[in-house]
Design a protein around this ligand. Structure first.
Ligand code: AHM
Ligand code: MG
Length: 335
């Protein structure tokens, strides 16, 4: 890459410009995003050599030097926590890997929730994985769990990093969605996907259909409908399912379509977590012109009750979510 010949905008230049428009901005949010950026570059480095560095395997195993080998998701969690502590910009953290909230800098004004390495079952088979984060302003001076249990609507920023064929950081602060690609040789994220808009309609669907025996009847009817051959409505739809939320959502964000992780007999509340999976993904989807619901209610309006609460998730192109809701509400009856 010839850096000198291009008009490149780094993540930090971009954040700096953005934060000028932020009410109460004092650089703390920039500092927080810097913390995430640093952590994800370190995680990226380990992900890229995962097969070589002997870092894969179960916790408690020892490598040839006799050092304890950590699973990559636990490593990613430690890196996120250390980096965010160093940034001094969060009062409280909640992680998929920690049962309880983690106190950081009591003076800081932000709360962060994150899944340090999502899709971890895909690590061993070299398929895309990611880090997801959701940021709130704290509401209590003595920050506690309640500060994490805010409506998704109150998020001040959210995003993810996808460790894919390239590494990208995609985030929103409520004024559109922007994507940055990591230039690995110099370790900097550059703006590569400005103002991302999700196509309003697209005939791609993404769901683990292996669980369909336990889906509600209306969802089964929808799945039947989208597989019927009909040129006018671009059916049958194309099936795409990676099994990493970040990867399935990233494709849906750029190309459109629908991603569903529904409630089922096996998982009555779905599988995905409201606070650090569904909420940030829903914020990004809406900011890009898409929609996100739990099949009934808008995700961003769900009142969380627990840190690790699960929710069904229907997210994607506006018209695709509207279509599936017609099935779920039984206003379409399949002929
Ligand atoms: P994880 O946080 O333990 O990695 O689990 C979440 C992942 C999501 O990335 C993905 O959408 C989903 O689980 C896939 O689940 P399934 O294997 O049931 O289809
Ligand atoms: Mg996860």
């Amino acid at each position: 890459m010839n850096l000198a010949s291009k008009n490149l905008i780094s993540l930090f230049e971009f954040i700096h410009e953005k934060e000028k428009g932020f009410p109460y901005a004092n650089g703390e949010l920039s500092q927080l995003l810097r913390g995430i950026s640093l952590a994800t570059k370190i995680i990226n480095r380990e992900v890229r050599v995962a097969g070589l560095s002997n870092i894969l395997g179960s916790t408690g195993y020892y490598n040839v030097q006799g050092e304890e080998v950590k699973k990559l998701d636990e490593y990613a969690n430690e890196v996120m926590i250390k980096s965010l502590n160093l940034s001094q910009s969060v009062a409280l953290m909640g992680s998929e890997e920690n049962e309880e909230v983690i106190l950081s800098n009591a003076e800081a004004k932000y709360v962060i929730l994150f899944d340090p390495l999502d899709g971890s079952s895909n690590i061993d088979v070299n398929i895309n994985i990611g880090t997801i984060f959701s940021i709130f302003r704290k509401v209590n001076e003595n920050c506690n769990l309640e500060d994490c249990l805010q409506l998704g609507l109150k998020q001040v920023a959210a995003g993810y990093v996808i460790y894919g064929s390239s590494t990208m950081l995609v985030y929103t602060t409520g004024a559109g969605v922007n994507g940055f690609t990591l230039e690995p040789s110099i370790g900097e994220y550059f703006l590569s996907h400005p103002d991302i808009k999700m196509p309003e309609k697209s005939n791609t669907f993404s769901i683990n259909e292996g669980n369909s025996w336990g889906f509600e009847e209306n969802l089964k009817k929808y799945l039947e409908y989208i597989k019927i051959d009909d040129k006018a409505t671009k059916r049958p739809y194309k099936a795409r399912y990676v099994g990493s939320l970040v990867a399935d959502f990233h494709r849906t964000l750029l190309k459109g379509g629908i991603f569903i992780y529904p409630a089922s007999k096996k998982e009555p509340n779905g599988k995905l977590r409201l606070l650090y999976e569904a909420n940030p993904i829903a914020f990004l989807a809406e900011q890009a012109g898409g929609l996100a619901t739990d099949g009934n209610k808008r995700i961003l309006e769900k009142q969380p009750k627990e840190l690790h609460e699960r929710t069904p998730l229907y997210v994607g192109s506006k018209q695709e979510i509207e279509l599936i809701h017609k099935f779920l509400n039984e206003t379409i009856v399949l002929q």
